[in-house]
Design a protein around this ligand. Structure first.
Ligand code: B12
Ligand code: SF4
Length: 612
């Protein structure tokens, strides 16, 4: 197998066993199942958005494993030109069933891999599941004979029951709810599957797999028209208990994962429950950080306090538009005062508030875009994502447009990933909507430096270390992270330095000392660099990067003995070793040295900051 695909094969160490009991019937045969996250066909600006398999695939896999099936997950998100490698994997693995997690945008990957699977072995059973299959089952079963079944909605027990029927020779049983298939030339849909009443009864996938995207609930009670969640989860929310959820975090933490994306649609709908989750994280002393998704009308000071104390570093809020008219079109039921309050509070607790905006919506004009920009200036997000409105089957907007006859599902016969709303509306040209996006992004990136500079944090002593962490992380985004690479962002280094210094005002942080050290060093101010780095070293005596950075400034100052003492503390480090070699050479202490006289600062122009 090619190494790049090998590394994408996620297996668990546990061997499939013969059965354990469950409230559902028991499997008598072990089936070999491969669950695939298929590839996308278009490049993305944020490629990391698509790199990890959907959370649900792990949950499906875990339940099948507990029931004795031999399950592997194969992450093929970027395997679009690797047909032969995929064929080789399938030929080697010889699965009996291949399940695909279909988001609308990767359905072509699913269709094409399913074809390869059937070529490898026509008896392989192909099952499509996930949000991209749930609303297109008819289309998929009509046009793609390689697809045998579509699981509609929540997949764990539905797939388990389907496999049980297949094992028992009832491959086309209508008794399994929540599926669709072809039977005698017709497409049969078996009606809604029952939602799992108690999510805590599901086995936690972290027992078998390692991953960073987690969710503590399923569903959302709101009905935004652009979103797939309402139809997918029926506008209701089911919650895992805090203990069950934190058990998952703890299992993953023990596997070495320290950072999580908590991906609930709206993590904070039940305030008491969120506080309990946070308290449990703190009680169990889990040293983790995490991001969450919420709504501006579902947070308050108390919950933000607990979230921050338990490691939350970022909350994403759907703001969508500054125009009340556009928010009404999208059915985004939030009010401007709520938006302002949520952003101000989140920021003041040292949690990075991130805003999602949508543009290219029905009826959008330059005036609406200017309203969004006005709002952007008021709420001062520290990160923002701008999406062009996409129409996914199952969303109310798509269904409305389909009912109006402007599109039919046959549009998906084209090898496209998605359909932008603007493609269905003659009043919105590509050029106009691209112009909206450009203007919005510029308005954000050209001002984010001033948003970052005007942060004011709540004065609670127990939060000081968190504030120090927050300011230094944000500073790093300007000095070395996303903003440092963005041409539109202004005053990067000045803002970074100010934020690093602000961080140190709340307490010692290694990355702040280092950040200032590097920035000051870049300006050639080595005395000052040594001063701040020396303070850092006093607080973090074992820090390799601080010592190396300080050593580099000592070289620049011609203080070789001191430089050598910084580097020689880390005999195992290749960076320290190369600095040491250079330093010995320059100071004339190396036996290999040719004995050139040294001038202070010689060679420092080429000095690079330590790699981090
Ligand atoms: C969190 C989230 C993300 C996160 C994390 C994704 C991840 N790795 O899991 C991020 C921000 C990275 C993200 C990225 C994207 N997302 Co997203 N995301 C969500 C969100 C809010 C929650 C997903 C979730 O965790 N659900 C809970 C789990 C348990 O459900 P699930 O994964 O769907 O799985 C269940 C069933 O679908 C089914 N199932 C799933 N796969 C399979 C496979 C088989 C064989 C079977 C039988 C069943 C089955 O059973 C599972 C368990 O019950 C949803 C909205 C929502 N509420 O669904 C949007 C959503 C899924 N995302 C969406 C989109 C478009 C994307 C992107 C394609 C966007 C992009 N940048 O291109 C990428 C795709 C990347 C990916 N790997 O998922 C759309 C999908 C629309 C569609 N019809 O396809 C949704 C519905 C939001 C929307 N706009 O409406 N997303
Ligand atoms: S956009 Fe968010 S709030 Fe609106 S329905 Fe979807 S998940 Fe719920």
């Amino acid at each position: 197998m090619p190494p790049q695909l090998k590394s994408q094969m996620l297996c668990s160490s546990s061997r499939p066993s013969r059965l354990r009991g469950s409230i559902f019937s028991i499997s008598y045969f072990i089936m070999k199942i491969l669950l695939i996250y298929p590839y996308f066909i278009e490049e993305r600006i944020n490629a990391e958005d698509i790199t990890s398999p959907p959370i649900g695939l792990y949950w499906v896999a875990a339940l099948l494993k507990v029931h004795g099936h031999a399950v592997k997950i194969l992450n093929l998100h970027s395997a679009q030109d690797k047909a032969e490698e995929i064929r080789a994997i399938l030929a080697r693995e010889r699965p009996q069933v291949v399940g695909f997690s279909i988001l609308h945008a990767n359905r072509w990957g699913g269709i094409e891999i399913a074809r390869i699977a059937k070529e490898v072995d026509p008896n392989i059973i192909i099952v499509f599941g996930g949000p991209g299959a749930a609303f297109l089952w008819n289309h998929l079963l009509t046009h793609y004979p390689d697809v045998d079944y579509v699981v509609i909605g929540e997949g764990e027990y539905t797939l388990l029951r389907l496999l049980q029927q297949i094992e028992q020779g009832n491959a086309f049983s209508e008794s399994v709810k929540g599926i669709a298939f072809r039977k005698e030339g017709k497409i049969v849909e078996t009606g809604n599957g029952e939602p799992i009443p108690d999510l805590d009864e599901l086995p936690i996938p972290a027992r078998y797999f390692a991953y960073q995207h987690v969710s503590s609930s399923r569903g959302c009670n709101w009905k935004c028209r652009f979103c797939g969640s309402p139809a997918l989860w029926n506008c209701t929310t089911r919650y895992r208990s805090p203990g069950h959820f934190v058990d998952e975090l703890e299992l993953l933490h023990r596997k070495g994962i320290n950072f999580f994306y908590i991906s609930d649609d709206t993590f904070t709908t039940q305030k008491g429950r969120v506080i309990e989750i946070c308290r449990t994280i703190i009680e169990r002393d889990l040293k983790i950080t995490w991001n969450a998704i919420s709504r501006v009308d579902s947070v308050d000071e108390e919950v933000l306090y607990w979230m921050r104390m338990a490691g939350c570093i970022q909350i994403s809020y759907g703001v969508e538009s500054g125009s009340a008219k556009i928010r009404a079109v999208l059915n985004k039921k939030i009010k401007i005062p709520q938006v302002k309050k949520a952003f101000a509070l989140t920021r003041s607790y040292g949690i990075l508030p991130r805003a999602y905006f949508i543009y290219g919506s029905p009826g959008e004009t330059w005036e609406a875009i200017e309203e969004t920009i006005g709002l952007l200036h008021e709420i001062q997000p520290l990160a923002a994502i701008f999406y062009i409105l996409d129409l996914f089957p199952g969303t109310e907007l798509y269904e409305r447009i389909r009912r109006s006859g402007r599109v039919t599902d046959d549009i998906w016969l084209n090898r496209i990933e998605g359909l932008l709303y603007l493609e269905t509306d003659p009043r919105l040209s590509d050029q106009l909507v691209l112009g909206f996006g450009k203007r919005l992004r510029a308005a954000f990136y050209e001002n984010v430096h001033s948003f970052a500079e005007s942060i004011s944090l709540v004065d609670k002593k127990e939060l000081y270390p968190k504030h120090a962490d927050f300011c230094s992380r944000l500073a790093l985004t300007f000095s070395h992270g996303e903003y440092s690479r963005n041409e539109l962002v202004r005053d990067k280094e000045r803002v970074a330095e100010r934020l690093f210094r602000k961080a140190l005002g709340y307490g010692p942080v290694e990355r702040a000392y280092l950040g200032i050290g590097i920035l000051v060093q870049k300006k050639g101010e080595h005395k000052e660099a040594v001063e701040i780095l020396g303070e850092g070293v006093a607080n973090f005596p074992l820090s390799e990067p601080l010592h190396i950075c300080m050593g580099i400034s000592y070289i620049a100052l011609g203080e070789y003995e001191r430089a050598i003492s910084c580097f020689s503390k880390f005999p195992e480090s290749s960076q320290a070793k190369s600095c040491l070699d250079r330093c010995r050479k320059e100071s004339g202490k190396d036996p290999m040295d040719e004995g050139r006289p040294l001038t202070p600062g010689r060679g420092t122009k080429k000095t690079k900051p330590p790699k981090r």
